[in-house]
Design a protein around this ligand. Structure first.
Ligand code: 7RM
Length: 653
């Protein structure tokens, strides 16, 4: 144990009472080492962000930094720029063409090294091909691809011609893809024959075909060949990547776009069954992701940075693609799972590429803890100098394990809080400045303002808990929900007028440190993936044998939360193991494998209040086998007994 605060005296402290100041050697070289940066940003928030925007290439400089009419923000108003140009051309022009952008590794073990010059050439060819396929500025493109370099290429090519894209995670089902194509009105889908996952092939092309059968807007399908297995083909509509891309010119000047031009849509779960298309625009997103990436991860020219998320989630958009490329970073990109072919795959990658910065989710860390330290210990991981965490609260025990076993006790940990909607990290330590506390995301990034408020919206004094709100606009903030302005206003801006309501509970300790406590709404976090209870419920009740369903997230030691579904059947149907399996697969078909319920409990009735509201608190208590709280508002008290009996009968898998 090598933390500066380490030593015998501290061993008596519980995990979360320990303090980790930045190691002196780290601080000495840190991009930010002086805490005056907080006060400076606070003095002139717009000036602070404008300062960070200066370094980018603009074909027309902005006239005003911010136009804020609650809840509509415009950043760098009047400016014209292109994020693809800023991520690629700018660096190649500066002489970095031969620098590696991605060390890519496929799950089967194949590897590719992609330089900035390669990425620029391929992006320009792809952009020209998109145009040949009829895509114009403003047209939407859906991207449903495995983790191959052609995925960032596709995103950068869309950005280059100003075609907003929506990346759909490869683990989502055909149904889920269809919903996103329909909502966005995409006219092109970019996909692959398949992708590798745990040694199996994910049927991306087949799912795409099944999805398109439920849509009307798609004109062409561009297909990258990854797995080389036979796939269904619609001639006239489907086009192979290798037939159209190589013949394109490797020059395609970047379209100069308004700062507020829509860059992408990313669908995320809210409290209803229909995912929201979160709108992100160009310039503010670029400045926000690049700046947070540079200072939170302390990026240096020779770093090898690895964000182990999937690009299908916002973490991959902001911190595998746009943030790192904007900073000319060398990244590792890995296609597959951590246990293929064996449980040391990640650590083998860290060793072989000399990874210096690793960014991943607590659920991964807890999985590695469960597998045991022998796997990281098989490899030389002394190249690591900084670790990051994202996606859910990290429990202090996992934090300490990460620090000791992965970081060798020498690497600061940045616990980064943010959301699909925020586009960029908003709350995080600065590794050369902040003394961290395991389990706390610490403080808002400079230029970001947050508060913890009570039900009335009053700021909670230090030491108290409440709801997290963001009190000033930030550059990468969402600009709306695609096609649903009303829902945008209601979801984020109506609970505490003028302030952004994140949907997370938070505690602020006496030192002002923020501790995120998880969602306060019906959104679950399963292995860091955001899924709404209503979404799973509606998938369940779409099964002909299901009368009613109630879904809750039950605490889980590895995945944070696990999906627990209470199901009552239509009369005439028998509960059985088989039906339970069938229902699970039904949910997978409707949403994707990430939403497969871990437990299905059949119950004759669901507990409801007299007004007919399902009592979720009670269901949570039952699922977690806690003593039941107040049941006096129940319409039918015998229901609890019935569920208890069902639960005693052991209907879990
Ligand atoms: C990046 C991402 C957002 C929700 C958010 C939180 C939870 C994310 C942390 C965290 C505690 C963290 N986007 N969350 N990061 N909770 N500490 N460091 O996850 O849109 O998919 O989810 O994730 O509840 O509201 S997301």
């Amino acid at each position: 144990m090598a933390s500066e605060t380490g030593g015998k005296a501290l061993e008596a402290l519980t995990f979360d009472e320990r303090r980790f100041p930045p190691p002196a050697e780290f601080k000495a070289k840190a991009n930010w080492k002086d805490e005056s940066v907080y006060a400076e940003a606070e003095r002139d928030l717009e000036g602070f962000w404008a300062g960070h925007a200066e370094g980018f290439t603009w074909s027309k400089k902005w006239e005003r930094v911010l136009d804020w009419r609650v809840p509509c923000a415009k950043w760098f108003v009047g400016g014209r720029t292109n994020i693809s140009e800023n991520c690629l051309d700018r660096h190649v022009k500066a002489g970095l063409g031969s620098k590696t952008a991605y060390h890519w590794e496929g799950e089967p073990g194949d590897t590719r090294t992609v330089s900035y010059a390669d990425l620029l050439a391929e992006t320009q060819r792809c952009a020209n091909a998109l145009r040949e396929l009829g895509v114009r500025t403003g047209d939407r493109v859906a991207i449903y691809m495995p983790m191959v370099p052609e995925l960032p290429v596709a995103m950068l090519a869309c950005a280059r011609i100003g075609a907003p894209f929506t990346v759909v995670f490869g683990g989502f089902s055909a149904e889920a893809l269809a919903g996103r194509i329909n909502d966005s009105g995409a006219k092109l889908v970019i996909t692959a024959d398949g992708g590798y996952r745990k040694g199996n092939i994910v049927q991306l092309k087949k799912n795409t075909d099944d999805a398109i059968a439920q849509t009307t807007t798609v004109e062409k399908v561009l297909v990258y060949r990854r797995t080389k297995h036979d796939v269904p083909w619609t001639s006239g509509r489907d086009v192979w990547w290798h037939d159209i891309i190589p013949k394109q010119k490797a020059e395609c000047p970047a379209e100069q776009l308004d700062s507020e031009h829509m860059l992408y849509l990313l669908y995320t779960s809210g409290t209803t069954a229909k995912p929201k298309g979160i709108v992100h625009t160009t310039a503010g997103y670029m400045v926000g992701t690049a700046t947070t990436h540079k200072y939170i991860f302390d990026i240096k020219p020779d770093d090898v940075y690895w964000c182990a998320a999937d690009i299908g989630w916002v973490t991959g958009h902001s911190y595998i693609v746009f943030g790192p490329l904007a900073n000319a970073t060398t990244s590792v990109m890995y296609e597959g799972t951590p246990d293929f072919p064996d449980k040391d795959r990640w650590w083998s990658i860290v060793e072989r590429y000399r990874v210096s910065i690793l960014y991943c989710a607590p659920t991964a860390i807890r999985t590695f803890m469960k597998w045991g330290p022998q796997y990281p210990h098989m490899h030389d991981m002394r190249s690591l100098r900084l670790l990051g965490s994202v996606g859910e609260p990290i429990n202090p025990e996992a934090w300490i394990w990460y620090h000791e076993t992965i970081g060798g006790g020498r690497c600061p940990i940045v616990d980064t809080w943010w959301m699909t909607e925020t586009g960029m990290i908003l709350i995080s330590p600065l590794p050369g400045i902040t003394t961290t506390k395991p389990g706390s995301a610490t403080f808002p990034f400079p230029g970001v303002r947050a508060d913890v408020v009570d039900d009335e919206g009053k700021s909670v004094p230090f030491g108290g808990a409440g709801y997290l709100v963001i009190t000033s606009p930030w550059p990468a903030m969402l600009r709306g929900i695609y096609g649903d302005d009303q829902r945008y206003r209601e979801t984020y801006w109506s609970r505490f007028p003028g302030r952004y309501f994140a949907g997370d509970g938070a505690k602020r300790d006496q030192g002002g440190y923020l501790w995120l406590l998880g969602r306060v709404d019906d959104v679950m976090k399963i292995s860091g993936h955001r899924i709404s209870t209503t979404e799973v419920e509606s998938a369940l009740v779409s099964h002909p044998k299901v009368a009613e369903a109630a879904v809750i997230g039950r605490e889980d030691p590895i995945t944070g939360q696990a999906i627990f579904a209470f199901v009552s059947l239509r009369s005439g149907n028998e509960e059985s193991e088989e039906l339970s399996k069938e229902l699970r697969e039904h949910v997978v078909k409707g949403i994707g494998s990430i939403a497969r319920p871990k437990t299905i409990m059949f119950t004759p009735e669901l507990p409801k209040t007299r007004s007919g509201k399902i009592m979720r608190r009670l269901l949570r208590d039952i699922a977690q086998e806690r003593p039941l709280g107040d049941v006096t508002t129940l319409a039918d008290a015998s229901v609890v007994e019935q569920i208890r009996t069902a639960s005693a009968a052991g209907k879990e898998d």
